[in-house]
Ligand binder design. Structure first.
Ligand SMILES: NC(=O)c1ccc[n+]([C@@H]2O[C@H](COP(=O)([O-])OP(=O)(O)OC[C@H]3O[C@@H](n4cnc5c(N)ncnc54)[C@H](OP(=O)(O)O)[C@@H]3O)[C@@H](O)[C@H]2O)c1
Length: 197
């Protein structure tokens, strides 16, 4: 059963199948960029793997007035440019840490050493990871018990130390249902359609 507080009216320009694809990715991107990172107009945000579901963040970041870099495979380069990415790194041919610099916000969307490498391009910035490691703050926000707080704290100890040493902040975000935010996203999607974009 879906709680009323988690639901919103479907955007009029989407069918039900299209609309059903929205809540998870769009709320994740909204909560990461607006609530957690506080992304401001003119800031630079790095959104790796822009051709995936979380590529919605490219469109949202552009709406918020930010400058966006992303990574993708060769075949999807045109697609992420179409979504609005200002800088596109083909991860099959280039290393993003050699191409980008001065980013204010980085989303963690790729497993492996991508988040560690991102610290090189975002001095003083914020890393919001959607893939982990989970941290103690997340455990506290979910009112998890002391043992889990300890475990998550240990899991994220390395990346938190690395980011702190480089003047960045690290946090893990796990999406939560929010009907009000979903309604705002729905209005943006309707407005984009009316403006013909
Ligand atoms: N914390 C949360 O609340 C939350 C919410 C939603 C999703 N997530 C997580 O976020 C991650 C991404 O989700 P998604 O829905 O965007 O996944 P997805 O739709 O499966 O997209 C993954 C994308 O990754 C790209 N990719 C693969 N290897 C890459 C690499 N080395 N460098 C750059 N791009 C690469 C692929 O693009 P190409 O085709 O161009 O190779 C693919 O489009 C998943 O692990 C998911 O579980 C977390």
């Amino acid at each position: 059963m879906v709680q009323e507080s988690a639901a919103a009216i479907k955007p009029t320009n989407l069918d039900f199948v299209q609309a059903a694809s929205l809540p998870m990715v769009s709320l994740t991107c909204w909560q990461a960029l607006t609530e957690r990172a506080g992304l401001q107009p003119g800031q630079k945000v790095f959104i790796p793997a822009g051709s995936g579901g979380l590529g919605f963040a490219i469109q949202l970041a552009k709406h918020l007035g930010a400058q966006v870099a992303t990574t993708t495979s060769t075949d999807n380069a045109g697609w992420v440019s179409h979504l609005g990415a200002d800088e596109v790194i083909d991860y099959k041919k280039q290393e993003f840490e050699n191409e980008l610099s001065g980013y204010d916000v980085v989303l963690g969307t790729i497993r492996g050493d991508s988040i560690e490498k991102s610290t090189q391009i975002s001095p003083g910035g914020k890393i919001v990871s959607l893939i982990g490691p989970l941290d103690a703050a997340f455990a506290r926000s979910r009112r998890l018990n002391v043992l889990l707080r300890l475990v998550f704290g240990l899991m994220s100890r390395k990346i938190i130390r690395l980011t702190k040493n480089r003047g960045l902040t690290y946090s893990f975000l796990f999406v939560r249902p929010d009907g009000d935010q979903l309604a705002q996203i729905g209005k943006l999607i309707e407005a984009e359609n009316k403006s013909g974009r």
